[in-house]
Design a protein around this ligand. Structure first.
Ligand code: T3D
Length: 261
């Protein structure tokens, strides 16, 4: 773990906090490595049934640390090194997490910082948050999965608009576009994001994972293949204790309690 990434477990929620507020939680190498490590820890943590990714201070994450890179020896180095070595594993760590991942976007997000939020399953935004696809502003293309996630979330035309024009997307606009699950007062963001994640942590973890898998599969395959994949995933869910117990609870007119297995 790194000093700039905090890990905290409560109510079944693993909260991962980017903690470099003086640099708007920009991702230097230590923070990239710390985040990758925290995601591994959350994946393997049997007490964590959902993950909340958020930032300390007034920003969520300002993307790549531009100072570190500018100061690095040989700064004309191939940027794909950073992308392949750091960003891609982080995005895989989020999108392959076998439990729900929520972004608590407490403030400004830029570049790869937006990509992190887009990779999560749900996004709670502070009303002060702005999403700035800053890549083109510094002559770069979208990375960290934004070219995959953004058109899936808002369609190709809107994705190109947001990426090419680079106008910061306000929290309200993000809600209208479908980028935000909800928008709350900035002061209420930590509690609202925790409560939503805790609700997921108390739910049927295996089914949630299967739902994400089925939706992602369905986006890339035809109906016939998707129907078959749904059947396979349903079989897996049907074998869980959570499903058995929920059926029993239904018969007894009780509220089901899910254990995540
Ligand atoms: O390896 C590769 O390069 C490939 C990967 C690329 C992925 C990417 O993420 S590319 C996009 C990189 N990010 C940006 O271009 C955003 C740069 N930051 C900004 O445009 C602005 O800071 C914000 C719009 C995010 C916020 O503006 P504002 O006015 O609220 O705050 P500020 O005053 O600009 O920033 C406050 C401090 O944070 C400031 O430090 P100082 O002067 O008080 O000591 C600023 O330098 C620092 N900071 C903000 N963003 C970054 C940063 N430091 C390092 N890297 C940053 N990205």
């Amino acid at each position: 773990m790194s000093d700039t990434v905090q890990y905290h477990l409560a109510d079944g929620v693993a909260t991962i906090t980017l903690d470099r507020p003086e640099a708007l939680n920009a991702l230097d190498t230590a923070t990239q490595e710390g985040l990758a490590g925290a995601l591994d820890r959350a994946r393997d943590d049997g007490d964590a049934r959902a993950v909340l990714l958020t930032g300390a201070g007034r920003a969520f994450c300002a993307g790549q640390d531009l100072r570190e890179q500018a100061g690095a020896p040989g700064s004309e180095a191939d940027l794909s090194d950073t992308v392949r070595k750091h960003y891609n594993p982080i995005i895989r760590g989020i999108t392959r997490m076998p439990k729900p991942v929520v972004a608590g976007v407490n403030g400004t997000a830029a570049g790869a910082g937006v990509s992190l939020a887009l990779a999560c399953d749900l996004r709670v935004l502070a009303d002060t948050a702005k999403l700035s696809m800053a890549f083109a502003d510094i002559g770069l293309t979208a990375d960290s999965g934004a070219s995959w996630s953004l058109p899936r979330l808002i369609g190709r035309a809107r994705a190109l608009e947001v990426l090419m024009l680079g106008e910061p997307v306000t929290a309200q606009r993000a809600l209208e576009l479908g980028l935000a699950t909800s928008v709350v007062d900035a002061g209420e963001l930590p509690a609202a994001a925790h409560d939503l994640t805790a609700r997921l942590a108390a739910g049927p973890t295996v089914a949630y994972h299967a739902i994400r898998s089925a939706v992602d599969y369905g986006l890339e395959h035809g109906l016939a293949e998707t129907l078959e994949r749904e059947a396979e995933l349903q079989a897996e869910c049907g074998r869980t204790a959570d499903h058995r117990n929920a059926r029993e609870a239904f018969r007894n007119k009780e509220t089901p309690r899910f254990e995540g297995r």
